[in-house]
Design a protein around this ligand. Structure first.
Ligand SMILES: [Zn+2]
Length: 256
């Protein structure tokens, strides 16, 4: 479901204005209220990918089957991505790697290995810049196309899965993704594996939320994640969950 934020704003604003006219005594400060609510709506909608505020995002699968999906953002990483791949192979699990274009150079063989071992590759922008959300539509298209070209030159496939950097969606990002036929992939289990939390805390956070159709967000960028991954794979196996590719779980295509 998508929400029309402008309409939301107009309804709130006109409601307040009608109320203020009805009672006359309403302070001018109340007239600022819709703007504040609007701002809060925008911040919430942009930062919570599950809100589907500016763009529809796949955040889980509607299934009762005991299947879950793993996603790794911010790679490829020369040290940690090979360790993730080794663990996945050991547990016969497949995952999706949302790669950053600027980090592909020098790690081309890792992308080939991902594909050869049954994993899928998704777009996570070219720069992953902290200021990426200030880009216009063309800026986002350039980000997506640059990474798409790099990946295509290595694996011969055009990606269709896109994970917005920081999980933040803006109207310009949503428009660019739509124009280029990307599917936005979110998550419903955020490991927070890039925080200072311990392996134990992160592992517990992930394991306590595992259920059918879940999409777990991890990052193939630290030793901590490798430890969390090993424990999570072990836990999933014990609980009888099969770890499948996001595209298979969502019954969509990962490539054009
Ligand atoms: Zn990221």
């Amino acid at each position: 479901m998508t929400y029309n934020s402008t309409r939301c704003y107009l309804i709130i604003a006109s409601g307040i204005i009608v109320l203020s006219h009805a009672f006359f005594t309403v302070s001018l400060w109340w007239l600022l209220l819709p703007s504040l609510i609007y701002l809060a709506c925008i911040i919430y909608g942009s930062s919570v990918i599950q809100a589907n505020f500016f763009a529809p995002a796949y955040c889980s699968a509607d299934t009762t089957e005991k299947i879950i999906a793993l996603s790794f953002d911010d790679g490829p990483h020369p040290e940690y991505t090979p360790q993730v791949l080794a663990l996945l192979a050991q547990y016969n699990a497949t995952a999706t790697f949302f790669v950053i274009g600027k980090d592909i150079h020098g790690n081309e063989t890792l992308l080939k290995q991902m594909l050869a071992e049954g994993h899928s590759i998704g777009n996570h922008s070219y720069s992953h810049s902290f200021f990426i959300d200030f880009k216009n539509v063309q800026g986002f298209k350039d980000e997506l196309n640059q990474t798409s070209d790099l990946v295509f030159n290595i694996i011969g496939k055009r990606m269709t899965l896109f994970r917005p950097p920081y999980g933040v969606t803006t109207p310009n990002l949503a428009k660019a993704a739509k124009l280029l036929d990307y599917r936005i992939i979110g998550w419903n289990i955020r490991s927070l594996d890039t925080t200072k939390d311990s392996v134990e805390v992160i592992t517990r956070r992930v394991q306590s939320q595992i259920k059918s159709g879940a999409i777990i967000l991890l990052h193939d960028t630290s030793h901590k994640t490798i430890q969390v991954l090993e424990r999570t794979l072990n836990f999933a196996q014990q609980q009888g969950y099969k770890i499948v590719g996001i595209e298979n779980m969502l019954e969509i295509e990962a490539y054009q």
